[in-house]
Design a binder for this molecule. Sequence first.
Ligand code: SF4
Length: 453
Amino acid sequence: MSKNTFHLVSLGCAKNTVDSDSMAQLLLRDGYRAAADPDKATVLIVNTCGFIGSAKEESYKVLGELAQAKRKGQVLIAAGCLTQRYGVEVAQKVPGVDGILGTRRWMDVVQVVRKLRSLTGSSELHPEPVYHLPEAATVGSDEKDTLRVSVAGASAYLKVADGCRRPCAFCAIPLIKGTAISRPVEKIINEARVLRDSGVRELVLIAQDTTDYGSDLGMKDGLAVLLEHLTVSVPDIDWIRIMYSYPGYVTDRLIEVMATRKQVLPYLDIPLQHAHPKTLKRMKRPSNIGWVYKTLAKMRSTIPDLSIRTTFIVGYPGETDEEYQALYDFVNEIRFDRVGAFQFSFEPGTTSSPLGDPVPSEVKQERYERLMELQQNISLQINQSLVGRTLDVLVEGFDNGISIGRSYRDAPEIDGVVLVEGKAKVGEIVPTKITGALAYDLTGVLARKVIKL
Ligand code: SF4
């Protein structure tokens, strides 16, 4: 175990992945080296997720395993959303955690490591963990010149804002992160340039709510404005993908930018959470389903080949058979390209907690399975309609004679892939003739004549 080494485990969403990468940048800058093997590291860090039940369980499990295996001279830090939300409770539940660092002050990781290392060898003297949960209303914007990005091959997440001001009753994010803080346009453009120069072809813009970008900076239509700046300032980034938009804030200007700026992919992730106005009202979510129909229709008529991803919650308190059927019929009618579904997770401290969790788990499970089965058929039919088309595919791997990549319809980690016969260079965008369809994935062959280098 060499002296200044760290092993960082990143759990949860892409926004947490960016925080993990930023903490790693600060540790590397402070002379630490990353260790893939926890046994070889003096500093162990878990950037936890505290969003819903299953994610919390996973965070505790990973922390517990590292605490169990921890050796003399090693320190274990629990960082991220679980610690921001539960602080002391995390240390009580996982003896062996030496440091608690909240997600709002991820940028203080070096300070916490130094404090702990100065105590190492005397933990007997200091049974209490070091808590770093300073009063902070929001996620800090003193980013210490870190790049707020996370690169995977030729694709990169770029965080444009953090925190959220929406009132969704089931969601703990505002409790964890505080209200929405947008990052300055210049910083985002600089990072896009750095990414471009490092060979990145796809920018995946992330925040809790990208459509709220700039509202705290006094910008109107901030996301559309940001995209206009990005496409002008970094014209040679091939793909720009928008994740996590909020219903009611997909404006005409944003639709126009998506329709006219070639780099902005005809792809939109817009979690709707439900489709019955009564359920949406209880969720404190925009309940004007008419707006959803109108806006999706407008987007589909304005943006050719638009691919829409959404997310739903089943089993929300009070969800009747009739309300669930309305959701089911809505999904059947709209025919989304991608659907993610969650079973309602009771989250203490959220505004929905007084409603309890009355829908039996077997009912939630049954509703979840029916919805995903419906979507699987829809996804297969949509994929079958693409056979014969030629799609650009960003190649991300090669295995057994098959190049594996994603088309504009596939966001990293959560959507499908395209399995391309033949060898193409990882990081290349290659025109691919689609020859086959699976429920979520496509197969194809290289449309050799126009390989883009
Ligand atoms: S928009 Fe709603 S669901 Fe999404 S992070 Fe904000 S409060 Fe949570």
